[in-house]
Design a protein around this ligand. Sequence first.
Ligand SMILES: Cc1ncc(COP(=O)(O)O)c(C=O)c1O
Length: 445
Amino acid sequence: MKEIVPAPPPVVRNDVAAVQKLFQQHVVPSYGRFDLVLSHGSGSYVSDVTGRRYLDLGGGIAVSALGHAHPAITEALIEQSRKLIHTSNFYFHEPQGRLAQALCGLLGPGKCFFCNSGGEANEGLFKLARKFGHEEGRFEVITTTNSFHGRTLAGIAATGQEKVKKGFEPMVSGFRQVPYNDLDAVKEAISPATAAVLIECIQGEGGVSPARPEYLLRLRRLCDEKRILLLMDGVQDGHFRTGRFQAFQRILEPQSGAEITAAHNSKSNGASGAPDFLPDGLSMAKSLGGGFPMGAFWVRGPYADLLGPGTHGSTYGGSPLACAVALKILEVIQRERLADNARGMGEYLKTGLTRLAQTYPRVFRGARGLGLMLGLELAPDIPNLPEDPSRTQAVRFARLLHAAGVLTIPASGQVLRLLPPLNLRHSEAEEGLATLEAVAAKLAA
Ligand SMILES: Cc1ncc(COP(=O)(O)O)c(C=O)c1O
């Protein structure tokens, strides 16, 4: 990869207080922000306005697939913006058609719809489910506890976390949550009104919890038996983050072990776990646009024309500019074999995190996840962690890591997420582990 180092700002000013004041006065305070004021980045590093540089292992919550300021993204933006930035979806254009072709090629026979975010992509799936069940009066979508599906009204109704719903009741009707990785709970929840089941194959915000292979296989069979759509939210765990295009493809790889064989053997339709398995719909966003706001959903062939003309839309969805960027990202991922890199760097990091958990049991409980979607679970009541009753341990630990020069993403109070760029280098992974170890050693001392 060509190295580019962005020129530093002509005068490095410490504008932290001034920028924060602008936010306090003029920006809706809906986020709990860290103190950092970021200004520019390059690859896996990002700098703040004081000139401090951080190793960005959070990747903007799994968005910056190619890291910061990747020259291929810049070039795609410039080149396409000279030709055509936007057209209404009343017209055809080549980048959208080519991107849909590429995504269907990676997933399976079907069609794509383009939008601008993960929440919007999931809204599309909810509408697909309602359209699918409409004639039979079926509208309900079963989701799982600890899931996260976005901040729209339907998104929070689908999400299995009370904290996102609080204050926004009554919830949009037609969603119910059941425990994750529990097939019997899904079976029990199915009613004559059920139209779909929606899961994340790795729960992200919920703390990086992967689905078990046999859960996915049996869920597929259950949905077939009950004529229910199996929908997946691939917003965070998708786009090669696990080492395969989508997390279900990675989870269902044959080497996932005997569990798959057992589940496979018990399937009456004989479909083998990995090659033939497909959901009926899947949402995407985040790494799809690498930082350019973009979302999409894919619908499997038999249901691909359910949303006919006039039923769904999005002014900016699939603009020539967004699609040109997404196509370029796919090209770089494939050319530079970044899926393999995500798998290899992920293994390396996970092994290192597991070792840290063994060495510092009072600080870390263990590591989980696949590829470059990793969760480091913190031990309860870590000694010497700065007190702040209004903040979770994960947030307080992330602050310590900031001071040591590393960005991570807290999840579910007790987990730190690592969602770095897919082109993370070995030396960067090493640096991240060394920083985590230095912080843990100080706490445990
Ligand atoms: C699994 C999942 N679904 C949906 C969303 C919502 O995506 P967006 O913030 O782009 O609307 C997120 C965001 O973190 C997510 O992790």
